[in-house]
Ligand binder design. Structure first.
Ligand SMILES: [Zn+2]
Length: 502
């Protein structure tokens, strides 16, 4: 029997605010333990929480960017449970009256095939070219967002500080989060990963969060079940936690789906339980059931008034949203005539998209500009693991380089060399060309001289070419280019060679 996985995600995202959700302490990551705490985040008697307006605005931006309905009134509730890193004994969150509901995020399903696999990329480029002709939008799937609510984070237990003891750092207690809950709309681990990639991209465009998983500013839990293909009822789900990268989310989901299928195939039943992913061992282990049997006894927080948002304020925040990646990619296709693939690569981050737009504005050929960003620029950033803002070549300078290729001054090979020198020296391309004598040689006499040398050095090959071995022209051209130090204008040089061979 074949089975169909059903996956829903719960994503916790730390909002990019200076201070915590309900007090004025810094929300900065990585400070000395317990240096950012006060009576409010410690839950001391008499301390009164105050809602952080900046966090609310970021939450609303995220919800608008994810096409949700924002509720004008939402309620903060206490979620009661005891944990060593939760000093109040409850977490403030939103329960039955959340900030926003019923949104969606479009995921490019094509992106769900692994772009890194060699065979996949080969066939993919063929499809890509075919798709370019009609400029049809890429196939997308809407993953529904059930709700987005505001809440505060708990502290952090440290098990490696003192032998046999647990230490607690409460700097995180009260840090503002949103929780984004999807409907169980994801149909494979690959699709879950693609969704998360898109979500992170959108949240970064919105400047809502830095989405850094290593710092814990984006955390993912998943609900997973399987059902016989074609069945409409859901199977029993398990919850998988503790996945600390998108690659691990994909691995953990694949593991858990396989485990559930094997269990059902052997006549067993799936238990409703919480599993912790162990990346080192590549397996998910059940949490002890005691740790997950909570009765949270939610009730509205008596210290906090309902969160009321004026319609005009929501509208103002909506009007201030930036152009999101999907829309920007569509515009890039239309405005600059780019293929789908280019448009997607160039809009992967807002900074790269901004760089491309500045370059396309300065260069005559938007497709040439795209090629340069997608190859040399991204390779340079990749090698150095840095952001495009650190590239010492401004869009204007890169446009000058592209112009030198277009007017025939530089061959593509030489232009790549000049690019590397520009990145090293910060000098304009024309100066590098002049200093290093890199301009393409188009002088007729000079080119004829090289051609004569090559024909004198390889008479046998020249003879075979004349006898009909056409592919030897490439060999002879290669010899000519080598003699010119790569500077011969290839079109002119090959014309001269061919003429001399007749
Ligand atoms: Zn505080």
């Amino acid at each position: 029997m074949s089975y169909q996985p059903v996956i829903g995600l719960e994503v916790h995202v730390q909002l990019k605010t200076a201070t915590k959700m309900f007090c004025g302490n810094s929300a900065e990551f990585g400070a000395e333990p317990n240096s950012h705490v006060c009576p409010v985040c410690l839950g001391l008697p008499g301390a009164l929480p105050v809602i952080n307006a900046a966090a609310v605005e970021l939450g609303v931006r995220a919800a608008l960017g994810l096409n949700c309905t924002i509720h004008q009134t939402s309620i903060f509730a206490r979620k009661n449970y005891f944990y060593p890193d939760l000093p109040k004994g409850y977490q403030i969150t939103q329960y039955d009256r959340p900030l926003a509901t019923a949104g969606w995020l479009e995921v490019e399903t094509r992106g769900t095939t692994d772009p890194g696999s060699g065979s996949g990329s080969g066939s993919g480029s063929g499809q890509r070219d075919a798709g370019t002709q009609g400029r049809s939008p890429p196939p997308g799937r809407r993953i529904r967002i059930r709700r987005i609510h505001l809440e505060e984070d708990a502290g952090k237990s440290l098990h490696d500080r003192f032998a046999g003891k647990t230490a607690v750092d409460l700097n995180r207690a009260g840090v503002p989060l949103i929780e984004i809950v999807t409907e169980p709309d994801l149909a494979s681990p690959e699709e879950a990963r693609a969704f998360l990639g898109r979500l992170k991209q959108v949240l970064e465009y919105l400047e809502v969060s830095d989405c850094d998983m290593e710092k814990g500013s984006l955390r993912v839990d998943a609900n997973v079940s399987v059902r016989p293909a074609g069945s409409v009822t859901f199977g029993t789900k398990t919850e998988v936690k503790n996945m600390n990268s998108f690659a691990n989310v994909e691995r953990a989901l694949a593991y858990e789906i396989e485990r559930q299928v094997a269990l059902l195939e052997s006549g067993g039943t799936v238990e409703h339980e919480t599993l912790l992913w162990d990346a080192a061992r590549g397996e998910a282990r059940p949490m002890r059931s005691k740790e997950e049997s909570h009765d949270y006894r939610y009730f509205p927080d008596p210290d906090l008034p309902p969160l009321v948002l004026e319609r005009s304020r929501i509208e103002a925040l909506g009007a201030a949203l930036p152009e999101l990646p999907g829309a920007r990619a569509r515009r890039f296709r239309e405005q600059y005539g780019l293929p789908d693939y280019d448009a997607e690569v160039l809009t992967a981050t807002r900074a790269v998209a901004d760089y491309y737009e500045a370059l396309a504005g300065a260069a005559a050929d938007p497709k040439a500009a795209s090629n340069w960003v997608m190859t040399e620029v991204l390779a340079w950033l990749n090698q150095r693991q840095c952001a495009i803002t650190e590239l010492p070549i401004t869009p204007d300078r890169l446009a000058q380089l592209i112009a030198l290729v277009a007017d025939g001054t530089l061959s593509t090979t030489m232009a790549r060399h000049v690019f590397a020198r520009m990145a090293e020296t910060g000098l304009p391309p024309a100066l590098i060309v002049q200093q290093e004598g890199l301009a393409q040689v188009r002088d007729q006499a000079q080119l004829e001289g090289w051609a004569d040398e090559v024909l004198a050095a390889f008479p046998a090959e020249a003879e075979r070419y004349r006898a009909g071995e056409a592919k030897l022209l490439a060999f002879l051209m290669g010899q000519l280019m080598r003699r010119s130090g790569g500077k011969a204008d290839p079109r002119q040089a090959s014309e001269i060679l061919r003429r001399k061979l007749e």
